[in-house]
Design a protein around this ligand. Structure first.
Ligand code: 2RA
Length: 345
């Protein structure tokens, strides 16, 4: 039985962490919600019953067994290491602050839980990466992914509760005033009835940081140094599930049938691939689901027998954030090996 703390429990991810902990019957003795003085003292209705928000202090957080950080990178940079210092709590950080630090494991438990070792500060991957790698890891292990091209269709929830609200409000505005361009604050442009090929800040190479995260984080999770990945990340007017069209170039020949058979054995993955019956992954179906969906698996026309095209959809707040964070804690309570290991170098 363990004590769990959550910083950021009123945010979209924090709320889902509470639900997932409860739904998966994570064996908690007590759940503590931490926040700044502005929110401390408020009572929140949670699946664990009403809980009073406590003032965050490093000392109070260190008294937990697990602390989930569902707040900004700057908060994590300021406090995560102090909370996790010897004698403190295991910190599972949802921000990007530590993801690429070499001494901090970046973990999808079903893939590289073993990378945690004795580390007490663990980074939760970016949602786009987390959803894609669930389908890519078995393929990489058996066929060796040399390079890939990813195009994303990302939901408003990636920008938190504010992003989801802006989508609702701007959609309503657009319907009420079809002649007026809706307003925008969270996103660079109005999201209603639009797609925006811009998520996070532009980098000197012309890619956005969101796009580079897919390259950087996939390499780190797969323990690779030079898997070439080009990504175009696009925000679409969807509530909370991301989708991604992915083309892989493999080292060994691959067929759609073999890929489907392999992926059907993967935990956390549902193969939804029956085009004749109009069945393929869609954000509407992936929403509120723990497993990601993969489908539209077909032989690449560009790379022939050394390539596949596929499509994935996954809940941004679950596999892309809260579920993965809770699975990391579950892994630490009861470690298990990855079902797949690299067969070719
Ligand atoms: C987004 N990937 O979708 C980000 C959230 N982590 O905006």
């Amino acid at each position: 039985m363990v004590k769990v703390g959550i910083v950021g429990a009123t945010g979209a991810v924090g709320k889902e962490i509470l639900s997932v902990l409860h739904d998966r019957k994570f064996a908690v003795t007590s759940v503590h919600l931490f926040a700044s003085a502005r929110s401390a003292g408020k009572t929140l209705d949670t699946p664990f019953g009403p809980l009073q928000v406590q003032l965050f202090t490093v000392e109070a957080a260190r008294a937990m067994d697990y602390v989930f950080l569902a707040v900004s990178g700057s908060f994590a940079l300021e406090h995560a290491e102090a909370i996790a210092a010897p004698g403190g709590a295991v910190v599972i950080d949802n921000s990007s602050a530590f993801r690429m630090q070499p001494n901090v494991p970046l973990v999808i438990p079903e893939i590289n839980g073993a990378a945690i070792g004795t580390k007490k500060l663990i980074a939760n991957p970016n949602c786009t990466t987390a959803i894609a790698v669930m389908a890519l890891w078995p393929l990489h292990c058996h066929y060796g992914i040399e390079k890939m091209i990813v195009s994303t269709y990302q939901a408003s929830s990636g920008a938190g509760v504010e992003g989801m609200e802006e989508l609702f409000n701007t959609t309503r505005e657009a319907l009420d005033n079809p002649d007026k361009t809706p307003s925008n604050k969270v996103f660079a442009h109005p999201l209603a009835f639009n797609v925006i090929p811009h998520i996070d800040v532009f980098q000197p190479n012309g890619f956005t940081k969101e796009e580079m995260k897919v390259t950087w984080e996939t390499n780190k999770i797969f323990d690779e140094t030079n898997m070439k990945i080009s990504c175009t990340a696009v925000r679409i007017p969807i509530l909370r599930a991301h989708s991604e069209a992915i083309t892989i170039k493999t080292k060994r020949p691959i067929t759609p049938a073999d890929a489907r058979a392999l992926l059907s054995k993967a935990d956390g993955v549902d193969v939804v691939d029956d085009p004749a019956a109009n069945k393929y992954p869609m954000p509407l179906n992936a929403t509120a689901k723990y497993n990601i969906e993969v489908g539209r698996i077909r032989q690449s026309i560009v790379f022939d027998e050394y390539g596949l095209d596929l499509f994935v959809s996954g809940d941004q707040l679950l596999r892309g954030a809260a579920l993965n964070a809770v699975l990391i804690a579950e892994y630490l309570e009861k470690p298990y090996p990855s079902k797949f290991s690299k067969q070719i170098k």
